[in-house]
Write a protein that binds this ligand. Structure first.
Ligand SMILES: O=C(O)CCC(=O)C(=O)O
Ligand SMILES: [Fe+2]
Length: 202
Protein backbone atom coordinates (compact mmCIF):
# COMPACT_ATOMS: atom_id res chain seq x y z
CA UNK A 1 0.00 0.00 0.00
CA UNK A 2 1.35 3.33 -0.87
CA UNK A 3 1.48 6.31 1.41
CA UNK A 4 -1.27 7.89 -0.64
CA UNK A 5 -3.49 4.88 -0.02
CA UNK A 6 -2.75 5.00 3.70
CA UNK A 7 -3.77 8.67 3.77
CA UNK A 8 -6.95 7.87 1.85
CA UNK A 9 -7.89 5.04 4.20
CA UNK A 10 -7.28 7.27 7.20
CA UNK A 11 -9.45 9.98 5.69
CA UNK A 12 -12.25 7.63 4.71
CA UNK A 13 -12.37 5.17 7.63
CA UNK A 14 -9.89 6.34 10.27
CA UNK A 15 -7.66 3.26 10.20
CA UNK A 16 -5.80 0.82 7.97
CA UNK A 17 -3.67 -2.32 8.07
CA UNK A 18 -0.71 -2.75 5.70
CA UNK A 19 0.94 -6.15 5.37
CA UNK A 20 4.59 -6.28 4.36
CA UNK A 21 5.12 -2.61 5.19
CA UNK A 22 8.85 -3.33 5.52
CA UNK A 23 11.05 -5.98 3.91
CA UNK A 24 11.87 -9.19 5.77
CA UNK A 25 15.53 -8.14 6.01
CA UNK A 26 14.63 -4.81 7.57
CA UNK A 27 12.21 -6.48 9.99
CA UNK A 28 14.88 -8.92 11.15
CA UNK A 29 17.39 -6.12 11.65
CA UNK A 30 14.94 -4.06 13.70
CA UNK A 31 14.05 -7.13 15.78
CA UNK A 32 17.75 -7.79 16.41
CA UNK A 33 18.23 -4.19 17.52
CA UNK A 34 15.24 -4.49 19.85
CA UNK A 35 16.71 -7.67 21.33
CA UNK A 36 20.09 -6.01 21.88
CA UNK A 37 18.42 -3.12 23.70
CA UNK A 38 16.41 -5.60 25.77
CA UNK A 39 19.57 -7.56 26.65
CA UNK A 40 21.15 -4.31 27.88
CA UNK A 41 18.29 -3.85 30.32
CA UNK A 42 16.98 -0.73 28.61
CA UNK A 43 13.31 -1.69 28.70
CA UNK A 44 11.06 -0.19 31.38
CA UNK A 45 7.56 -0.98 32.58
CA UNK A 46 5.22 1.12 30.48
CA UNK A 47 3.05 3.68 32.25
CA UNK A 48 -0.08 5.68 31.59
CA UNK A 49 -0.51 9.45 31.51
CA UNK A 50 1.88 12.34 31.05
CA UNK A 51 3.98 14.41 33.47
CA UNK A 52 2.63 14.38 37.03
CA UNK A 53 -0.20 12.07 35.98
CA UNK A 54 2.26 9.34 34.87
CA UNK A 55 1.67 6.05 36.69
CA UNK A 56 2.68 2.45 36.20
CA UNK A 57 -0.54 0.44 36.34
CA UNK A 58 0.12 -3.23 35.58
CA UNK A 59 -3.60 -3.99 35.98
CA UNK A 60 -4.21 -1.82 32.87
CA UNK A 61 -1.09 -2.50 30.80
CA UNK A 62 1.78 -4.89 31.42
CA UNK A 63 4.12 -4.29 28.49
CA UNK A 64 7.66 -2.95 28.65
CA UNK A 65 8.95 -0.17 26.44
CA UNK A 66 12.16 1.46 25.28
CA UNK A 67 11.79 4.96 23.84
CA UNK A 68 13.73 6.00 20.77
CA UNK A 69 15.55 9.32 21.08
CA UNK A 70 14.84 11.38 17.97
CA UNK A 71 18.09 13.34 18.51
CA UNK A 72 20.26 10.21 18.39
CA UNK A 73 18.56 7.63 16.21
CA UNK A 74 20.47 4.54 15.17
CA UNK A 75 20.82 4.02 11.39
CA UNK A 76 17.95 1.51 11.43
CA UNK A 77 15.73 3.83 13.42
CA UNK A 78 16.51 6.67 10.99
CA UNK A 79 15.51 4.43 8.13
CA UNK A 80 12.18 3.75 9.83
CA UNK A 81 11.73 7.45 10.65
CA UNK A 82 12.18 8.26 6.94
CA UNK A 83 9.37 5.89 6.00
CA UNK A 84 7.13 7.54 8.58
CA UNK A 85 8.10 11.00 7.29
CA UNK A 86 6.79 10.02 3.86
CA UNK A 87 3.49 8.89 5.41
CA UNK A 88 3.30 12.11 7.43
CA UNK A 89 3.57 14.17 4.25
CA UNK A 90 0.87 12.17 2.50
CA UNK A 91 -1.50 12.39 5.49
CA UNK A 92 -0.99 16.14 5.85
CA UNK A 93 -1.81 16.65 2.17
CA UNK A 94 -4.92 14.52 2.23
CA UNK A 95 -6.29 15.02 5.74
CA UNK A 96 -4.99 18.47 6.78
CA UNK A 97 -4.08 17.18 10.23
CA UNK A 98 -1.04 19.48 10.61
CA UNK A 99 1.24 16.68 11.79
CA UNK A 100 4.61 18.10 12.84
CA UNK A 101 6.64 15.45 14.66
CA UNK A 102 6.88 11.76 15.52
CA UNK A 103 7.68 9.83 18.70
CA UNK A 104 8.13 6.09 19.02
CA UNK A 105 9.17 3.28 21.32
CA UNK A 106 9.92 -0.39 21.02
CA UNK A 107 7.35 -2.41 22.98
CA UNK A 108 7.67 -5.90 24.41
CA UNK A 109 4.67 -7.76 25.78
CA UNK A 110 5.90 -10.72 27.86
CA UNK A 111 3.73 -13.88 27.91
CA UNK A 112 0.54 -13.15 29.88
CA UNK A 113 0.64 -9.41 29.31
CA UNK A 114 -2.05 -7.17 27.77
CA UNK A 115 -3.24 -3.58 27.49
CA UNK A 116 -6.88 -2.89 28.35
CA UNK A 117 -9.16 -0.80 26.16
CA UNK A 118 -8.01 2.80 25.78
CA UNK A 119 -7.55 5.77 23.46
CA UNK A 120 -4.02 6.97 22.70
CA UNK A 121 -4.71 10.62 23.53
CA UNK A 122 -3.98 11.72 27.07
CA UNK A 123 -6.84 13.38 28.90
CA UNK A 124 -5.37 16.87 28.92
CA UNK A 125 -2.65 16.51 26.29
CA UNK A 126 -4.11 15.75 22.93
CA UNK A 127 -1.11 16.13 20.66
CA UNK A 128 -1.05 12.50 19.58
CA UNK A 129 -3.08 12.46 16.39
CA UNK A 130 -2.15 9.35 14.40
CA UNK A 131 -0.96 6.05 15.87
CA UNK A 132 1.41 3.79 13.92
CA UNK A 133 2.21 0.26 15.08
CA UNK A 134 4.72 -1.96 13.29
CA UNK A 135 5.02 -5.59 14.38
CA UNK A 136 8.41 -7.29 14.35
CA UNK A 137 7.55 -10.87 15.37
CA UNK A 138 9.19 -13.78 13.52
CA UNK A 139 6.01 -15.86 13.50
CA UNK A 140 2.49 -15.46 14.81
CA UNK A 141 -0.57 -17.73 14.85
CA UNK A 142 -4.10 -17.30 16.16
CA UNK A 143 -3.23 -19.63 19.09
CA UNK A 144 -0.58 -17.15 20.26
CA UNK A 145 -3.34 -14.66 21.20
CA UNK A 146 -2.16 -11.06 21.58
CA UNK A 147 -4.41 -9.56 18.92
CA UNK A 148 -4.84 -5.83 18.66
CA UNK A 149 -8.60 -5.35 19.02
CA UNK A 150 -9.93 -2.14 17.48
CA UNK A 151 -13.45 -0.91 18.23
CA UNK A 152 -14.83 0.63 15.07
CA UNK A 153 -17.98 2.63 14.60
CA UNK A 154 -20.46 0.15 13.09
CA UNK A 155 -23.87 0.82 11.66
CA UNK A 156 -26.15 2.62 14.11
CA UNK A 157 -25.12 2.45 17.76
CA UNK A 158 -23.34 -0.87 17.50
CA UNK A 159 -19.55 -1.03 17.69
CA UNK A 160 -17.68 -3.48 15.51
CA UNK A 161 -14.69 -5.39 16.82
CA UNK A 162 -11.76 -5.87 14.52
CA UNK A 163 -8.93 -8.18 15.62
CA UNK A 164 -5.50 -7.82 14.03
CA UNK A 165 -2.75 -10.29 14.86
CA UNK A 166 0.79 -8.91 15.31
CA UNK A 167 2.24 -10.57 12.23
CA UNK A 168 5.82 -9.47 11.45
CA UNK A 169 6.05 -6.66 8.90
CA UNK A 170 2.42 -5.68 9.42
CA UNK A 171 1.69 -2.02 10.07
CA UNK A 172 -1.47 -0.59 11.61
CA UNK A 173 -2.30 3.11 11.36
CA UNK A 174 -5.28 4.80 13.00
CA UNK A 175 -6.56 8.08 14.42
CA UNK A 176 -5.32 8.19 18.02
CA UNK A 177 -8.31 10.08 19.40
CA UNK A 178 -11.02 8.17 17.54
CA UNK A 179 -10.34 4.45 17.66
CA UNK A 180 -10.54 2.75 21.08
CA UNK A 181 -8.39 -0.39 21.12
CA UNK A 182 -6.80 -2.98 23.35
CA UNK A 183 -4.14 -5.67 23.27
CA UNK A 184 -5.62 -9.04 24.19
CA UNK A 185 -3.50 -11.25 26.48
CA UNK A 186 -0.57 -12.69 24.59
CA UNK A 187 0.72 -16.21 25.07
CA UNK A 188 4.16 -15.48 23.71
CA UNK A 189 6.55 -12.56 23.65
CA UNK A 190 5.14 -9.89 21.34
CA UNK A 191 7.42 -7.25 19.82
CA UNK A 192 6.50 -4.01 18.07
CA UNK A 193 7.37 -0.39 17.45
CA UNK A 194 4.55 1.91 18.49
CA UNK A 195 4.65 5.52 17.36
CA UNK A 196 2.56 8.64 17.25
CA UNK A 197 2.44 11.46 14.73
CA UNK A 198 1.85 14.65 16.68
CA UNK A 199 0.59 18.13 15.94
CA UNK A 200 3.33 19.75 18.02
CA UNK A 201 7.01 20.41 17.33
CA UNK A 202 9.69 18.55 19.28
O1 LIG B 1 0.75 -3.11 20.22
C1 LIG B 1 -0.41 -2.86 19.88
O2 LIG B 1 -1.02 -3.57 19.07
C2 LIG B 1 -1.12 -1.67 20.49
C3 LIG B 1 -0.30 -0.92 21.53
C4 LIG B 1 -1.05 0.25 22.12
O3 LIG B 1 -2.26 0.32 22.06
C5 LIG B 1 -0.32 1.37 22.74
O4 LIG B 1 0.89 1.24 23.01
O5 LIG B 1 -0.94 2.41 23.00
FE1 LIG C 1 -2.83 2.32 22.27
Amino acid sequence: MENQAIANALYEQGWCVIDGFISEDFRRELLQEQQDILAHGQFRHAGIGKGDAFKIQPEIRSDKVSWMDHTVLTPLQSQYWAKIEAIRGAINQRCFLGLRSFEAHFAMYPPGSFYLRHLDQFQHVKYRVVTTILYLNDTWTREDGGALRMYLPGSGEVEEKMDVFPVGGRMVVFLSGEIPHEVLPTKKERISITGWLRDIEY
